[in-house]
Each structure stands twice: as C-alpha cells, then as structure tokens.
Design a protein around this ligand. Structure first.
Ligand code: IMP
Ligand code: MG
Length: 180
C-alpha cells in the first residue's frame, strides 16, 4: 500500500497538532452548550475519533451515512440517507463533522435536512477545505487544513474504498489510477 503513495501532504504530527488546536477552539465555543457531534460516514471516522478526544466539554456523538443519487433522474446534490441519526437533534447544538468540503453539495443537503429538524444551532466542522470546485455557497465554520484541487487519500479518505487506514494524508501515484 505504501508503494502507491506519490507524496505525503500532511503527516501524523501535523494532523495531530491541527486537530488538537481545533478541539481546544470547539471546547471553548461549546462550554455552555449542548454539543452533539454528528460524523458523516465513512470518511470522517478517523478525524471524528481524534477530534472528540481533544474536546474537553460534554458531548454526545452520532453517525449519519448519506450517498448522492446518481443515474440522472434526480438533481445532483440530492442525497439518500443510508443510516439516519439515533439521537434527536432538538435541544442540541449540532456540529456536523465531515472529512472534506469539496463541491459542497453533500453537506448542503445534509445541512438542509438536519436544519429542518430544528436543532438549537448547527455548524460545520471539516478536516479539509477544498474550495476551488465549490458549487454552492457553503463554508465550514471550523476547518483544520486547506488544499487546492487535488485528490487525497489516507486518514479516512479513500480511493475505491482503499487507503482509509493510512495514518497520514497523501496523494497517489498516477500508476495507481492507470491500473484501475
Ligand atoms: P462534495 O463536497 O459533495 O463534493 O463531496 C464531498 C465528498 O466527496 C467527501 O465526503 C468525500 O467522500 C469525497 N471527496 C472529495 N474530495 C475527495 C478527495 O480528495 N479524496 C477522497 N474523497 C474525496
Ligand atoms: Mg464522505
């Protein structure tokens, strides 16, 4: 697996430092709130597990799995819920924990869906912001790192469901795409 990596963009130390800083900020902002962290599966699980351990105030966690409709019959950005929340969002200050904000279509739909359920507040936290290809007017309230339009793997990010278990974020060699 390591042979497939062209370069490392963010090593374990850089990720750990950035996430600890973010956790400290969130802990301060949510001191007197009722924090519910919602991780969007699957890409954000590694980020979620590190972020939640750097938060020093009470919080509840839950998971949601959504996928985009394809096949052209539905408008792009309409999502199908594969796994919904177990916890009710009302009375909670919702923090949506996502791996990456790219076009923004997925998160825009999730925000609308969860916003309709009347949480006390709702904010977005993204590990990576990739603003170059944004298609909707959406920005993360919290973010760790920003990258140009480049395809990344590792630390939860996959290419064809692989590489999520790499402890760093990197870029694949062209030969990997050529052979698939
Ligand atoms: P979007 O913001 O709706 O375009 O989609 C974001 C989703 O696309 C993320 O949750 C990822 O699953 C996936 N994604 C976007 N960019 C990358 C990348 O560079 N590597 C791996 N997955 C990505
Ligand atoms: Mg994802």
């Amino acid at each position: 697996m390591l042979d497939d990596i062209e370069k490392i963009l963010f090593d374990e130390k850089t990720l750990s430092r950035a996430i600890k800083n973010l956790g400290a900020r969130i802990s301060k902002d949510y001191k007197n709130k009722n924090l519910l962290m919602v991780s969007i599966l699957k890409g954000s699980i590694v980020f979620m597990s590190d972020l939640m351990r750097s938060i020093t105030v009470h919080c509840v966690i839950d998971f949601m799995c959504a996928s985009s409709y394809d096949g052209g019959r539905k408008t792009k950005g309409v999502i199908k819920i594969i796994k919904d929340l177990d916890v009710s969002v009302s009375n909670h200050d919702l923090l949506i924990v996502e791996d990456i904000l790219d076009s923004g279509l997925t998160l825009d739909s999730i925000m609308k869906l969860l916003g309709n359920r009347k949480p006390k507040s709702v904010k977005i936290c993204a590990l990576i912001d990739k603003p170059d290809k944004r298609q909707v007017d959406i920005k993360p309230d919290y973010k760790c790192l920003e990258i140009p339009d480049e395809f990344i793997v590792g630390y939860g990010f996959d290419y064809q469901e692989r590489y999520r278990n790499l402890p760093f974020i990197g870029v694949l060699k062209q030969s990997v795409y050529d052979r698939s």
